[in-house]
Design a protein around this ligand. Structure first.
Ligand SMILES: Nc1ncnc2c1ncn2[C@@H]1O[C@H](COP(=O)(O)OP(=O)(O)OP(=O)(O)O)[C@@H](O)[C@H]1O
Ligand SMILES: [Mg+2]
Length: 170
């Protein structure tokens, strides 16, 4: 199913944790109900930090700050729109997730960020913005975005335009 959707790609490099967070915040400001951000990358690559940036852009109050490591698989935060943060690291099976109401969240009216999103396999929504984070060196990361579907492509295009036209990337 996901293969039917054409996609668009953008790659960037961040030199500090703050740069990753503010890039994510910039994206968070653009998110609309139903948007899914699929975060892929090894331990410590920056998925939680990216999620925290999204939360800021979605105007989640700081008192609800996303914690790392996360012990709950699904957390819901109030913001400009509802924000669901999923961390699938400890999930053994997708069946376990359907018991937690995964479908309703993935196809609902909130914005969703999923750490270890690749664990959803074919249950990952066809329409999504994937962010692949990888170590470049200790304090820099490469971020590769793949936008699947019209909405994700639109978010990515807007993000790239606003990021590249900003003098101060922070
Ligand atoms: N350019 C950078 N972007 C993001 N994080 C960075 C960067 N440079 C260094 N870091 C550090 O890398 C760590 C990223 O941690 P984070 O918890 O976000 O990773 P994670 O991918 O969620 O890991 P896990 O798989 O354990 O959940 C933080 O300690 C952060 O300070
Ligand atoms: Mg994490």
């Amino acid at each position: 199913m996901a293969d039917d959707i054409s996609y668009q790609t953008w790659t960037t490099l961040t030199s500090t944790p703050g740069e990753t967070e503010s890039l994510a915040e910039r994206l968070g400001r653009l998110l609309q109900p139903g948007d899914v951000i699929a975060l892929v990358g090894e331990l410590g690559s920056g998925k939680t930090l990216f999620s925290q940036g999204l939360a800021q852009g979605l105007e989640v109050p700081e008192s609800f700050y996303i914690t790392s490591p996360t012990f709950a698989i699904i957390n819901e935060y109030p913001g400009r729109i509802a924000f669901y943060h999923l961390d699938l690291y400890r999930v053994d099976s997708v069946a376990e997730l359907s018991e937690l109401g995964l479908e309703e969240i993935l196809y609902g009216q909130g914005a969703v960020a999923i750490e270890w999103a690749e664990r959803l396999g074919e249950n990952l929504p066809g329409e999504r913005l994937e962010v692949h984070l990888a170590f470049s060196d200790e304090s820099s990361r490469s971020l590769i975005f793949h936008a699947f579907g019209a909405n994700a492509k639109q978010r990515l295009a807007t993000l790239v335009f606003s990021y590249e036209s900003a003098d101060d990337k922070s």
